[in-house]
Design a protein around this ligand. Structure first.
Ligand SMILES: Nc1nc2c(ncn2[C@@H]2O[C@H](COP(=O)(O)OP(=O)(O)OP(=O)(O)O)[C@@H](O)[C@H]2O)c(=O)[nH]1
Ligand SMILES: [Mg+2]
Length: 299
């Protein structure tokens, strides 16, 4: 008998910094969701689409779940939780190098209410010995009834086939939701802004990351297919502006050079990137400004 096509949605959730975005980028083979070693890198729900001969899986990357401290934090947690009610299955990603703590308990409580199959994804297996994974896994499975458990390394691409096989068990039969060449619902402009934010996150020190927002002000394709992009990096204080610009503009130059490489890969064209830095005081705690940056109520 002919194999039927399966299709459905999988939400990828977990605490900040466990590797959710890395996993999704690796699975779809393209860099859509930005990644960094700073917690709370992902701020918005991002849809990434994997199309295979037997299935189309739509992954929802979500902001790391944590107890919110300010309005942006509240929004991020809401976005993650809202996602869970609409999906066919959930990947709960945990970091194999970290003990289960209050953060994981907080998430498990919320998962219980979703009544969706949850697959425990134990990530960063490359950083530990295999034997060390067993007690971590049994600690989780003693506290929650998972539909499946798959240890992986998103970075080293270990065991990802098993993860996909497990995921497909929970997808209903059905047609593709999206064209097979579509990999995300994010507009190009937004991915460009995110790639710039990623470099700023990766290159600046701890105090800066959460103070940064990026807006693409202009993106124009020239007759010869080169793309001109003008973007602004917003920070909250003058001192942060100084750090992002750096001595003689060195930091801004580096952010621009790294971002340009990624943007060229994304667009497949030569890119001219014109970066500006501006101060917008306390943008995180002001609803109106959050909406301007695309963090408004979704539903
Ligand atoms: N060694 C190792 N590092 C990993 C692995 N997966 C992710 N990382 C690293 O973990 C850090 C966080 O990765 P992200 O993908 O940004 O994590 P996230 O869960 O999306 O984080 P938030 O968006 O902040 O919630 C990055 O420095 C990654 O390179 C892995 O399998 N092994
Ligand atoms: Mg992320």
């Amino acid at each position: 008998m002919e194999q039927k096509m399966k299709s459905g949605f999988i939400a990828v959730i977990g605490r900040p910094n466990v590797g959710k975005s890395t996993l999704i980028n690796t699975l779809i083979g393209q860099k859509i969701a930005i990644m960094s070693d700073k917690p709370q890198t992902t701020r918005n729900r991002i849809l990434c689409i994997l199309t295979q001969p037997d299935a189309q899986i739509v992954f929802l990357d979500t902001p790391g779940i944590h107890k919110p401290k300010h309005k942006l934090g509240e929004y991020m947690v809401k976005a993650a939780e809202g996602t869970l009610r609409e999906v066919d299955a959930i990947f709960f990603v945990v970091d194999a190098t970290e003990k289960m703590g209050p953060g994981e308990h907080y998430i498990l409580e919320r998962l219980q209410a979703t009544k969706r199959p949850v697959i425990l994804v134990v990530n960063k297996l490359d950083l530990i010995d295999r034997e060390q994974a067993l007690p971590i896994i049994s600690n989780y499975t003693s506290k929650y009834e998972f539909a499946g458990v798959v240890p992986i390394s998103a970075k080293e691409e270990m065991n990802l086939d098993s993860l996909l096989t497990e995921a497909k068990k929970y997808l209903p039969e059905g047609p593709q939701y999206y064209p097979e060449d579509m990999v995300t619902d994010q507009p190009e402009r937004l991915i460009v802004a995110e790639l710039i934010r990623e470099k700023a996150l990766q290159l600046t020190r701890d105090e800066i990351p959460h103070a940064i927002a990026v807006d693409v002000d202009e993106m124009t394709t020239r007759p010869n297919d080169d793309v001109y992009i003008r973007a602004t990096i917003y920070v909250e204080r003058d001192s942060q502006k100084g750090i992002v610009i750096g001595a003689k503009g060195a930091m801004l130059k580096e952010i621009g050079a790294l971002a340009r490489t990624d943007i060229q890969n994304l667009l497949g064209s030569k890119v001219f990137l014109d970066l500006w830095v501006k101060v917008k005081k306390d943008w995180r705690d002001r609803d109106g400004i959050l909406r301007n940056f695309g963090f408004g109520d979704e539903r």
